[in-house]
Design a protein. Sequence first.
Length: 236
Amino acid sequence: MCSQLAVRSFTELEPSINPNYLSDSYAYHFQQTLKDSKPFPHFSLTNFIDNEEFVQMVRSELLNMEYSLVTTDLYSNYQTFDIESSPPPYLPSIVKLRDFFKTKVREWLSSISGVELTTRVSIVSTIYEHTQILLPHDDQLDNRAFAYVYYLTPQWKPNYGGELALFDNVNNYPRREPLSNSLALFRVSPASWHMVKEKCDFFRLSVHGWFYEPKVTSILRLPPPARNPLLNSVKV
């Protein structure tokens, strides 16, 4: 009987968006912040998933997945395979998280931002360890509309490093800390230059990817800004 109750309790763990982010008044706040944010449209939402038990299960399953070291001229980190197309059935929370982003989060983001999104959502998990980094780039590829990073590093501290930094040549904005269960979003554009600061201590665990819009005809490239990484911090 106890084992049956445990199984039932686990299977009933479902992700849901924090209800504070679902109201009409918050939709207006989101749209205005996205419009006015500098250096380009972005947003950060703390306590995004309204189910801490589910968040803990996702973190546990991610840390039991197989990661491969990937090193290029742009970045160095550990990555899983593409969770979008083939999440392992023996990791049910990962499957639920994948479906959550492909349906509820995508529909919510399209509605709250006013941007038409296709059903395609890419999702992969990465781990940054000591000295690993993602260098400045703009994320423009195919028809990406929004980039997202869902953070899962437990009890993050400033000395851990690995903050998300957006680039601006004029103003000074704090970098976004990778707090667990927070979601960072930004609109992909010629101006969306960003990077992940060098990892110092502990590890940085996240799930990230892109939401897509109907195919664009061309991509405009702008030269990279001066290396002054800045991020507009939005308290929610």
